[in-house]
Design a protein around this ligand. Structure first.
Ligand code: GLU
Length: 552
């Protein structure tokens, strides 16, 4: 038998003998059989309930990297900090991811539900795994029990403040670092509460070099604090847990917010001490917004900017394709040129590159999002608009959903106006499905609002009723409008009118405008002939007559 070292005696005291051995874990979670260069990425949120667009940017990049390289994207729940957790937090996150259209290949799929062979993907269920490595660290003299109470630590911080030195557990401040073995064992046996701390070999006067895929080469001071690896409850801290998880889940690329840059030296040290190959890192700058009060740029905030919550964007009815496209405009400045050159190309064909990402924060600009979304919807076929708008309406506007499904052919014909390869410019009046109700209101009697202004047009409307033929093609329809112009004192040609307006009450545009106002209640619409075709004879006549009656 191997001789026991003081460290192994301590490890025996701290951990049960039957923990899985690291070699066994290596076998249970073997390197993945993936093509060369395949990226394994993970999104690792705490279950705080909902995502905002900043988180999503990271998860979106994770998905892109994995998809582009034939790799795997997994969702891991980092629930070691119970203070941050909210009720139904997992459901909120999973739903937001799903609603936003980011599919995960592996990991958490719902509360208590997971898929994938590298399970469990929820940190609170991996305690034994972390303890295996905590034990290894202890055996190697790289971890020790610390008996300092929170009161002791408060005192320590106060003294450090007085002396004006860095705060933390290190150097002469690390009281429990060099306790004699006998004392450690005695206090453990007496049942004193303890945390397990890293015995950091770092020296802050030395530098480490880490490459970040966005920021390039970073020179950072070595980490020298004895951070907590296991809390008094035996639950690991995020730093320790994520290193173990990223290794055993065979993660190759860590994409995360740049607030973690400060912890990178610690993470590098942990990977090194654990004997793990570190992943490649891409630290993303936080998303910014223009503050409406100050006009200046500031970080997008969960608290102050509820409109940036993914749930709010989905509820507003931005199609996922538009949200994805918008994120790409933020991620790579070359995206918009690519889109112009490849108007119909599917997004996955865009050659996304981390290198082209900016190290400064992208600006979340709702106006730009609206614009991108209008373009995206304008490129959709009417059947797709119908399906997506209906799915949205079913969740958020059941009355609209009922109208859309009452006569699907009618709704389809309505949505096809100025779409489906229409000549000229496709219509761009929808950026969100929540705008559909208003934009298409006049197609539904329940939503149609007659204009009181029709009152003044009764002469035109009554003349038009006589020439209106529902089956007319566009030319005959227009000829019909023109035919009533002169008798009513309107010039049938706009040009002629402009040249000499004096003899006329107005021109053909005013006549068609009167018809438009009566049948749609609006002064501006897409192609009126097409609208009237869809509305159908009965409805058009009703509205023309109602317009006249209003006049009386
Ligand atoms: N759980 C960490 C967070 O809440 C994840 C950090 C990381 O991706 O490494 O942001």
């Amino acid at each position: 038998m191997m001789e026991k070292t003081p460290y192994s005696v301590l490890a025996d005291e701290l951990f049960p003998a039957d923990l899985p051995a690291p070699e066994q874990l290596e076998r249970t979670y073997p390197p993945r059989a993936l093509p060369e260069g395949a990226a394994v990425t993970r999104f690792a949120p705490s279950p705080t309930g909902y995502l905002h667009i900043g988180h999503l940017l990271g998860a979106f990049v994770d998905r892109l990297l994995a998809s582009q390289s034939g790799g795997v994207f997994l969702l891991r729940m980092e629930d070691t900090d119970k203070k941050r957790e909210v009720e139904d937090g997992v459901t909120g996150l999973v739903n937001d991811m799903r609603a936003f259209g980011i599919a995960v290949d592996e990991g958490v799929t719902g509360p208590g539900e997971e898929k994938g062979e590298y399970e469990p993907y929820t940190q609170s269920q991996r305690k034994e795994i972390y303890h295996t490595y905590a034990r290894v660290m202890t055996e190697r003299g790289l971890a020790y029990p610390c008996f300092c109470s929170s009161g002791d630590l408060d005192e320590l911080r106060a003294s450090q403040e007085n002396e004006g030195v860095n705060k933390g557990y290190y150097g002469k401040w690390a009281r429990c670092r060099d306790l004699p073995l006998e004392e450690q064992i005695e206090r453990l046996r007496a049942g004193e509460p303890y945390t397990l701390r890293l015995r950091s070999p770092g020296d802050a006067s030395r530098k480490i070099v880490v490459r970040d895929l966005i920021r390039g080469k970073l020179e950072l001071p070595e980490y020298d604090m004895d951070v907590v690896l296991l809390k008094a409850s035996g639950i690991p801290t995020y730093h320790f847990a994520h290193a173990v998880d990223d290794h055993l889940m065979r993660v190759t690329h860590v994409v995360r917010s740049d607030e973690w840059l400060a912890s990178l030296p610690l993470h590098a040290q942990l990977f090194h001490l654990l004997g793990f190959q570190p992943p490649k890192y891409a630290h993303i700058a936080p998303m910014m917004k223009l503050d409406p009060e100050t006009g200046g740029k500031r970080k997008l905030s969960k608290r102050k900017d509820p409109e940036s919550a993914v749930g709010a964007l989905v509820r507003a009815g931005y199609p996922n394709a538009a949200l994805h496209e918008y994120l790409l405009t933020l991620l790579n400045s070359s995206f918009e040129d690519w889109r112009r050159a490849n108007p119909g190309a599917p997004l996955p064909e865009f050659p996304f590159s981390l290198k082209k990402m900016s190290a400064s924060g992208a600006l979340f600009d709702p106006v730009k999002l609206e614009d991108v979304s209008k373009n995206v919807i304008s490129r959709m076929r009417s059947s797709q608009v119908y399906d997506l708008a209906l799915a949205w309406a079913r969740a958020y506007d059941p009355e609209l959903a009922a109208l859309l499904t009452r006569d699907p052919d009618y709704a389809g014909a309505m949505l096809a106006i100025d779409r489906d390869g229409a000549k000229g410019k496709p219509r761009k009046d929808l950026a969100r499905w929540s705008q559909l109700r208003e934009a298409y209101a006049y197609f539904f009697d329940e939503l149609f609002e007659a204009s009181p202004k029709s009152a003044s047009n009764s002469g035109i409307l009554s003349a038009y009723i006589d020439v209106y033929r529902a089956e007319d093609d566009k030319d005959s329809w227009f000829a019909g409008i023109k035919s009533i112009c002169e008798p009513l004192g309107y010039c049938p040609e706009v040009k002629a009118y402009k040249a000499d307006p004096a003899p006329w009450k107005g021109h053909v545009g005013d006549v068609s405008g009167a018809v438009r106002l009566a049948v749609t209640g609006r002064e501006n619409t897409p192609d009126l002939w097409a609208i009237m075709r869809v509305l159908g004879e009965k409805r058009v006549l009703e509205r023309l007559k109602a317009g006249m009656e209003n006049a009386i």
